[in-house]
Design a protein around this ligand. Structure first.
Ligand code: ADP
Ligand code: MG
Length: 343
């Protein structure tokens, strides 16, 4: 075969392999877009574990009529324009791939109205048809993305979809993760017409703790040690529970993005080892935690993995020691509080 450039549809379907694994990954991408658009309320409706329908509605900034069709194109993004922007990234998205990928393997409708635009507009992109048509629609300020029939045109991938129950549990986990990261955003998750999860917007410390407890369980909150420290432009807060819980919860957020990282686990464990040599904590226990680390975006590379599950710290040692110190302090504070008061 002679060398040739792949048609855009096929190129998008190949790219979709990296980010669209199952309904839950579509929900992750769409909810992240809503967060990036500054939404305060996000409604997620799904049918049949998301395989039949996913509908995400937000009250965010919306997309202008002139940009609707463009939003579906590959490498189309409003979030960066230069490498410098990428290095200072604070939004969750930047690759401009999600809508193009999702619409290449489903029937996608995007409806949007920026607050300042008089009417809403809608664009419909069905898998094989790459030239989307736009038409007027009715919609309040914000955006709705509707995704029907995932993988209808890629049967080989459709076969990998699991039962409704399994797909739902992946979706539930994605929503839990993001609801933990953005307590000030309200989330409603509806499955087959029934409201199954509701996270109300939390703006006080108490309400935030309530949300964490509703996601991680009262048991976790009761056992957890609270962590909170800031130094220069590094800041950390969250909860760490040492004792074996029934299920292991590990949520680590870097600048609002959930990531997998061994550095954190290592730093926390070392602090436990150091502080609790002879105490109640046995060292081979796994830790459960919800930790939020915020740092200068220049200090972390998020463009490591297409699904952005990993990050690289430029000064990994420094971050490690910072987390370690924060945990040591939290443990010492806890120890002192546990001692009987002499007065
Ligand atoms: P990325 O998020 O990497 O920019 P996407 O393909 O996910 O790429 O989205 C493309 C563009 O469409 C975004 O940059 C944004 O401008 C716009 N967009 C997508 N979803 C929304 C939304 N819910 N609200 C407002 N704008 C959106
Ligand atoms: Mg995106």
């Amino acid at each position: 075969m002679a060398i040739h450039i792949l048609p855009p549809q096929l190129a998008n379907q190949i790219a979709a392999g990296e980010v669209v694994e199952r309904p839950a990954s579509i929900i992750k991408e769409l909810v992240e877009n809503s967060i990036d658009a500054g939404a305060r309320r996000i409604d997620i409706d799904i049918e049949q574990g998301g395989c039949k329908l996913i509908r995400i509605r937000d009250d965010g900034s919306g997309i202008h009529k002139e940009e609707l069709a463009l939003a579906l194109a590959r490498h189309a993004t409003s979030k960066i324009s230069t490498l410098d922007d990428l290095e200072a990234i604070i939004s969750l998205g930047f690759r401009g791939e999600a809508l193009a990928s999702i619409s290449s393997v489903s029937r996608l409708t995007l409806t949007s109205k920026p607050a300042e635009q008089a009417e809403a507009w809608q664009v419909y992109a069905e898998g094989r048809d790459m030239s989307p048509v736009i038409k007027p629609a009715s919609h309040p300020a914000g955006t709705t993305v509707e995704v029907l029939d995932i993988f209808y045109n890629t049967p080989a991938r459709r076969r990998f979809l699991k039962t409704e129950k399994t797909e739902f549990s992946h979706i539930d986990e994605v929503v839990r993760r993001i609801a933990l990261a953005y307590p000030n955003v309200a989330f409603n998750l509806q499955h087959n017409g029934k409201l199954v999860k509701q996270y109300r917007a939390a703006d006080t410390e108490q309400m935030i703790e309530k949300r964490v407890a509703s996601i991680c369980g009262i048991n976790f909150m009761q056992k957890a040690i609270k962590l909170s420290w800031q130094h220069d432009d590094l800041s950390i807060h969250g909860w760490v529970a040492p004792n074996a819980l029934q299920e292991q919860l590990q949520y680590f957020y870097v600048n609002g993005r959930v990531v997998k990282d061994r550095l954190l686990n290592h730093a926390l464990k070392q602090a436990f080892l150091e502080t609790c040599k002879s105490s109640v904590y046995s060292t081979d226990e796994t830790l459960s935690y919800v930790i939020y680390l915020d740092l200068d975006p220049h200090q972390v590379d998020v463009n490591v993995h297409p699904a952005k599950h990993e990050v690289r710290f430029h000064e990994a040692r420094l971050v490690h020691d910072f987390v370690y110190q924060a945990m040591i302090m939290a443990l010492n504070t806890q120890k002192n509080q546990a001692l009987p008061q002499n007065d």
